[in-house]
Design a protein. Structure first.
Length: 253
């Protein structure tokens, strides 16, 4: 069963951060955000929130709320916030700041559609190698950032993460992108890019293998048996994070 609070954490932290890379990659998205110097914020009760800073057709994602956003959308419940990200109707957002900035709201709606096209692509889009590789990069970052949302908030795995020793785990595609997560006192801190000195590493053979693992089409144990997936370092860190990965699959399905 999906916990709406966990799903809301996942949306504002793991999904929304993809706008950083999409604005670097996609020309149409750059055009939509051209000239923007704005901050958009999303929040709901329970300490759930994040904001995006737009500047010069680029975006930076931050967890938590900020004091003076251009537009701040507040949702009475986690369920209503989730409806926005899932594209469902009747999502009641209360724009408590910046309600007059209709052009920004309209532009962000267009940008959200561009993001969805990369996160939920068509089979035809995936035939393009450059598109496919970028999609897999987005999946990698979504998974690593999603570990924080699930590992710190889902009651089925929170206790596992709390008992995990401090350290750094890196997830990477061989000759491709990487992301890493810092475990400190039961909390998870995700970052894009490789770690300087990771305690444990999970390396996937190629983009196709990563796509299969992240979409659930391939099994991690089978991949290890074929040496398409390699784990090294302090293995218990990866084992504990895998518990969160299994739960994450329920939310991303």
């Amino acid at each position: 069963m999906v916990d709406q609070t966990v799903l809301a954490h996942l949306h504002v932290s793991a999904v929304l951060q993809n706008l950083e890379d999409i604005l670097d990659f996609d020309e149409k998205s750059k055009e939509i955000a051209r000239g923007w110097n704005h901050t958009m914020q999303f929040s709901c009760p329970g300490g759930i929130g994040a904001h995006i800073e737009f500047s010069d057709s680029k975006a930076r994602h931050f967890r938590g709320v900020t004091s003076l956003p251009t537009v701040a959308l507040w949702f009475p419940t986690a369920t209503q916030l989730n409806r926005l990200f899932l594209g469902e109707k009747f999502s009641l957002a209360i724009p408590w700041m910046g309600v007059w900035n209709l052009n920004l709201l309209k532009g962000f709606t267009e940008l959200s559609k561009r993001m969805e096209s990369y996160l939920k692509p068509s089979a035809e889009d995936l035939k393009n190698k450059e598109f496919f590789n970028f999609h897999v990069k987005c999946l990698l970052n979504t998974v690593v950032y999603g570990l924080k949302a699930v590992g710190e908030n889902d009651p089925k795995v929170k206790h596992v993460i709390e008992k995990t020793r401090n350290g750094i785990a890196e997830f990477r595609i061989k000759n491709g992108p990487a992301a890493h997560i810092v475990i400190k006192n039961g909390h998870l801190f995700p970052f894009k890019g490789p770690a300087t000195d990771p305690d444990a590493v999970m390396e996937l053979k190629d983009y196709k293998t990563a796509f299969g693992l992240f979409t659930g089409d391939m099994d991690a144990f089978a991949l290890m048996g074929k040496t398409d997936l390699r784990i090294e370092g302090f293995i218990p860190i990866i084992d504990n994070l895998n518990a969160a990965l299994d739960r994450l699959a329920v939310y991303l399905d």
